[in-house]
Ligand binder design. Sequence first.
Ligand code: DC
Length: 221
Amino acid sequence: MTHRGPIALDGPVASGKTTVGQGVAQTLGWTFIDTGLFYRAVGLLALRANLEEWSNEVVARLAQQSEIATDDTRITIDGEDVSDVIGSPDVAAAASRVAVLSDVRRVLVSMQRKMAEQADGRVVMVGRDIGTVVLWDAPVKIYLDASAEARAQRRHAEALERGDESDYGRVLSDLQERDRRDSERTDSPLKPADDAHVLITDSLTPQQVIENVLKLAELPS
Ligand code: DC
């Protein structure tokens, strides 16, 4: 079975993008790119730089001057593997702050497009603006969604499973705050592309969503 690519996969926090994107990429033997890691890396750079003000120019320069590379779920900045530190709530909040800065987005979008070109279209790219901006001409666009409560419950359960402390109410309010910032920003707000297939995942298992996406990407015979 042949599939069309690239596949652009967008959706809000904890909508299942990473699990589904990885599953689809693995099945097809394609490259998986999680663009959220880039924004987290730049958020970490901004935190470490102890900036007085997170201005467009200064944060974009930080991003431009650094070598950001990713391989599946790992990410490095100038060769340092920061994958294990960027999962923290502080870095998540910082990522969402740098994601509103247009110059930062321009730098990161350009890196992401280069990576998709290198994969020659055999790529599953996940994020918030993949179908609308980064790969706006992708032949397959999927937007995953689920209620805020279902998504917060997933994040909460994941944290407990890792043995981390977690408070459901806090997880839900953080998630709602990030949703608000992601969808209300003026540059590339989170929204489904006009030609995206919207999949509501509340009552679907990750495997069912993966199968749905594979079906949508199948080339008609
Ligand atoms: O998917 P994530 O939680 O790792 O993303 C971190 C932040 O980066 C989140 O606030 C949204 C933002 N982001 C974005 O604006 N555009 C993308 N393509 C990916 C992530």
